[in-house]
Design a protein around this ligand. Structure first.
Ligand code: PMT
Length: 398
């Protein structure tokens, strides 16, 4: 990666995690980037501009009354100079201002004026992060193309455990580097990703489903798109914003997934199946809401669903690379090996979904990458990092 002289404008907002800006600046400087820093007034209460000035070897722009007159000149210059606009830590306040298009200080004004990719590393109290308005702001920013790294789960400054901890400096710097200088090693390749759960209706109001949030699949789609692939994402019902530049198609049931996958898989170079399709559906869907059987048990008759991965694997062309997942609770490696063979996969990503930090609806995963002649366990990583490791392995298989 040639990061030499690429300009990162680092916005620092007022939270206890502001001290992390020092390490981020130092790491970015060591990579050769030109770091230009804007601090909000509140950030200056947590860390001194002098620290960041010394580490960045550049003057730091602060929101002080004396400097207010120079905004007009400085904010446009910095906005134009940025190859990446990173805000770390990003408070709920800056997210709200950005979502609303407010420009009432140097940082909000400059970020509004930039055309560079924007990366936010949020850090705040769990309740603030989970508040519907913050989540709405996050979705709005994502829809407009902003990238997020974290927040992670951890012990917060207020003493509580929960989500809101700033992402690790490693993740922030790694994501910044990817945005500054994306690897284009999937350029020209077509990648199909399946993500999320299925819903198998029982009657007009009820369905069978599972705990898949789609996070793993969406992370793979985002990573592949960023690395230059033409990505088609087949998604079940989830609450996530699809990554920018990806062709998104929706399914509800396993049979719908199979129909979509059969249409799109033949044209792909890579098919990565991280969806969690139900193995069974109702043998008959009741036309009316099933009534409570007073006092008695209710017996549901289930019919077997098609195995999508197996059906696709049987029709695989030479030169295509098919990847499956195995969500296991016991004998993980052994069961995954069986699925690798049965579904004609080139690679299976085995996850023990009973491990803390792995599997359904968390931001991290612990997986083992298994091919017919190789087993590679990976440590606990963010799903985004797991996505890149899977793609790296796919390239090796090519
Ligand atoms: O979505 P998240 O909350 O981020 O969670 C991620 C995950 C746990 C869902 C994901 O990492 C994962 O493990 N996905 C596979 C879930 C699953 O269905 O596992 P399985 O072992 O039952 O299936 C093995 C493979 O066959 C999978 O690639 C699956 O997509 C596929 N399959 C399964 C059943 C079926 N009827 N048809 C299929 O194609």
């Amino acid at each position: 990666m040639t990061l030499e002289k690429r300009c990162v404008v680092l916005g620092v907002t007022g939270g206890i995690a502001a001290y992390k800006a020092a390490e981020i600046t130092s790491r970015l400087k060591k990579l050769g980037t030109d770091v230009r820093i804007i601090m909000t007034k509140h950030a200056c209460e947590f860390i001194t501009p002098l620290t960041l000035e010394t580490l960045s070897a550049n003057p730091v722009v602060c929101d002080t009354f004396e400097r207010a007159r120079t905004w007009e000149v400085e904010h446009i210059a910095l906005a134009q100079r940025a190859d990446l606009f990173l805000i770390a830590p990003a408070t709920a306040n800056i997210m709200a201002k950005m979502a609303a298009g407010l420009a009432d200080d140097m940082l909000s004004t400059t970020v509004l004026a930039t055309r560079a990719p924007v990366l936010l590393a949020p850090a705040m109290n769990t309740a603030m992060w989970e508040n519907a308005v913050t989540q709405e702001n996050r979705r709005t920013l994502e829809r407009r193309g902003a990238h997020f790294v974290g927040p992670d789960e951890g012990r917060l400054a207020c003493g509580a455990m929960g989500k809101g901890h700033i992402a690790s400096v490693d993740s922030i710097v790694e994501t910044a580097c990817e945005l500054l200088c994306p690897r284009r090693d999937f350029e020209g390749r077509r990648v199909l990703v399946t993500a999320g759960p299925t819903r198998e209706p029982l009657d007009p109001v009820r369905y069978l489903t599972n705990r898949s949030s789609g996070k793993m699949g969406y992370a793979i789609a985002e990573a592949a798109a960023l690395r230059g692939a033409r990505v088609t994402l087949l998604t079940g019902p989830v609450h996530l914003t699809p990554p920018a530049g990806v062709n998104v198609l929706h399914f509800e049931t396993t049979e719908e997934l199979l129909s979509l996958a059969k249409i799109h898989a033949p044209a792909q170079d890579v098919v990565i199946q991280s969806a969690a399709p139900a193995d069974y559906r109702a043998a008959e869907i009741a036309p009316q809401k099933i009534k409570k059987a007073d006092g008695g048990a209710l017996t549901l008759r289930l019919a077997e669903n098609p195995d999508v991965a197996k059906a696709l694997g049987e029709a695989k062309r030479p030169g295509q690379c098919f990847v499956g997942f195995a969500a296991e609770t016991n004998d993980v490696e052994e069961n995954a090996q069986k699925k690798l063979e049965k579904k004609h996969l080139d690679l299976i990503v085995a996850n023990d979904v009973t491990k803390p930090g792995a599997g359904f609806d968390v931001d991290t995963n612990i997986v083992t990458l298994i091919t017919p002649d190789d087993v590679r366990p990976l440590p606990l990583l963010s799903k985004r990092e797991v996505a890149d490791r899977i793609l790296d392995r796919v390239l090796e298989l090519f």
